[in-house]
Design a protein around this ligand. Sequence first.
Ligand SMILES: O=C(O)CCC(=O)C(=O)O
Length: 285
Amino acid sequence: MSTDTSLPEREFALTPEEQSAWEENGYIVRYDVFTEKENDVLRQIADDIVEGKRPFPADNINQNALVRDGKVEESGIHAMHKIHHVSFYIPEFLARVRDPRLTDPIVDLLGPNLLSQGNLYIWKAPKIGLGFPWHQDKWYFNWQYKTEMTVGTWTAIDAADKENGCLYVIPGSHKYGILEHEDMEGPQQNEFKIARDAKDEDGVAVELPPGSVVWFNNQLLHKSTDNHSLRFRRCNVVHYISGDAERVPKKDVKNVRPVMWVRGGTYSEKMEPVDFDVLPIPKSD
Ligand SMILES: O=C(O)CCC(=O)C(=O)O
């Protein structure tokens, strides 16, 4: 296992200005991190998965809720909402998870031993793509791990703006503590809860060109809006956790996913990371 993460070697480490912005706001943004060609590789693979050209566990593929509920008719990638844990099964997505352009800054935030809880690729189709309510990712992750902070990265595959449903964040909300998250009404997948105490007027739109990345503290309140445009708004989200974190065993939780080794040494007795390459695709019944 490689442990070549000594601090001076990191070309993409956080600058002191970014470090301060992180502490104050709970997120940072960089532009031109990935090229259009690199994004196209992920975009094509995700589309191939939907078209059945690449095997992938069907349970990890979610349709748009309006299509799923028969409210609109769409097919192929237009009918898609997201795929989960792509990097567990697809080598090109795993390579992206381990890319130093994403991970170098995270070493400054979580230390040199990094694992990933997986990733999420979102389509947000023209006109029907649905937004995500205000939430803190830590609310979702907390039952699984004992750790103060994990870090999410959000890469724009397409341009993201207010019209096609970009992210909104509440700067500094990573200092609020974990808010109550409640059930919500509406077509959005019932997998989501809303942090009702988050105030829309405190939100800032994070409009980004393709290839940009947002790094965010998992306690940062964020949301996104519906896609009202005729354009896709695709993104690739990856979550990172320190190898020093502790997994909390929960007997009642089905389908607990492994964490993948990313870089550095790991503490397998606590986290049991998968340190080989992608997992085999499970056979469907
Ligand atoms: O990309 C989006 O629209 C929102 C994604 C998000 O909030 C998340 O992955 O936690």
